[in-house]
Ligand binder design. Structure first.
Ligand code: GLY
Length: 344
């Protein structure tokens, strides 16, 4: 019996699915008739830029990288590039990967300091080396060799958020917080942020490419690397099938190789929407460590997926919804709502 009909019959028979959002996980995905760009919700300017380039005949990889570069350079996005929240020592460390559908080639950088466009460096790893992933000082030396200029990525605003985090960690230590700290009101949300931007595009030739770029977990242990630079975890592209990108708690994507799984589900006939939701279910099923669970026994983190297939169908799902994503379908560029699997 097909999964959807099974759920329908089970619901009719009074079997309940306690963790399932009230309206189930029926697809909310859609279909574009031509080129398409999809991104996490912080990427509306990225999807606009990328679609403009695709319409001018550019390869999807050129387009999505140029799109996310806007967010990498935006000091107000504290989850990506310049202005990203730093590690526990106050140093910004960036992760990124790119994957090019037509060549099935990929490149990544991790724990890269002082370079604000890690996605550009990841692309050079793909195109100008025989390697796939460069990390830390090696990645920085490689970027410098290619003419990238080092700069301070910690903005004053991000520094104040980090300092407030540090000063309020422990009441008994030697750091005292300011009485009226000049930090954003959503400080608590930023406290354990894993923002990130992932952007996937289909160009005029029907080729698919993607990029994911992030400053990673705020206040992480120096050297911590999440899913964003790992092919199969934070991004995966198979030009004959489709692509998936992800944002949210990277450790879960590393342990489930989530984006590879999503593309494999699409290879086996799932729509992008169904594949994203199935991957979310796998993550929830595997979340067993007590520190990852809330008082209801549900995950205390969120992970979001964005997927497209070769037919131009797209979808998005998250552990907790409603979630949002940015989509340019060739006609309109706007924010859509995606489904969550669990209710908070
Ligand atoms: N998904 C971003 C990170 O966990 O680093």
């Amino acid at each position: 019996m097909k999964r959807r009909s099974f759920i329908k019959s089970a619901l009719a028979a009074g079997i309940s699915f306690p963790f399932l959002a009230k309206d189930g996980y029926a697809g909310i995905g859609g279909k574009a008739s031509g080129p398409l760009v999809i991104s996490s919700a912080n990427g509306l300017r990225a999807t606009e830029k990328a679609m403009g380039m695709i319409k001018n005949g550019r390869d999807a990889l050129d387009a999505v990288i140029a799109g996310v570069n806007i967010i990498e350079e935006d000091p107000t996005d504290h989850s990506v590039g310049y202005g990203g929240l730093p590690n526990e020592e106050g140093v910004v460390e960036l992760d990124s990967c790119v994957m090019h559908g037509p060549t099935h080639n990929a490149g990544s950088v991790a724990a890269l300091r002082n370079i604000k466009n890690p996605s550009k460096v990841a692309r050079l790893v793909m195109e100008r080396t025989d390697h796939e992933l460069l990390v830390g000082k090696g990645a920085l030396r490689f970027a410098r060799a290619h003419g990238f200029k080092e700069e301070e990525l910690l903005t004053d605003e991000a520094r104040k958020i980090w300092l407030h985090w540090k000063e309020t960690l422990n009441k008994k230590d030697d750091w005292f917080p300011e009485d009226n700290p000049d930090i954003p009101k959503n400080f608590k949300e930023l406290f354990k942020t894993t923002g990130t931007i992932s952007c996937l595009g289909i160009d005029l030739n029907g080729n698919i490419s993607g990029v994911t770029t992030t400053s990673g977990l705020a206040f992480k242990i120096p050297g911590r690397v999440g899913d964003s630079p790992i092919i199969g975890a934070g991004l995966y592209v198979d030009n004959e099938v489709g692509a998936c990108g992800s944002t949210g708690r990277g450790e879960e994507n590393l342990k489930n190789l989530s984006c590879f799984l999503t593309v494999e589900l699409m290879r086996n006939g799932y729509s992008p929407q169904e594949a994203c939701m199935e991957t979310v279910k796998r993550i929830v099923h595997h979340a067993k460590i007590p520190s990852l669970l809330n008082e209801k026994g549900q995950p205390n983190f969120n992970v979001r997926f964005y997927a497209v297939n070769r037919k131009g169908e797209y979808g998005s799902a998250a552990v907790y919804g409603p979630t949002k994503f940015a989509l340019h379908d060739g006609k309109e560029n706007k924010i859509y709502k995606g489904k969550g699997y669990l209710k908070r």
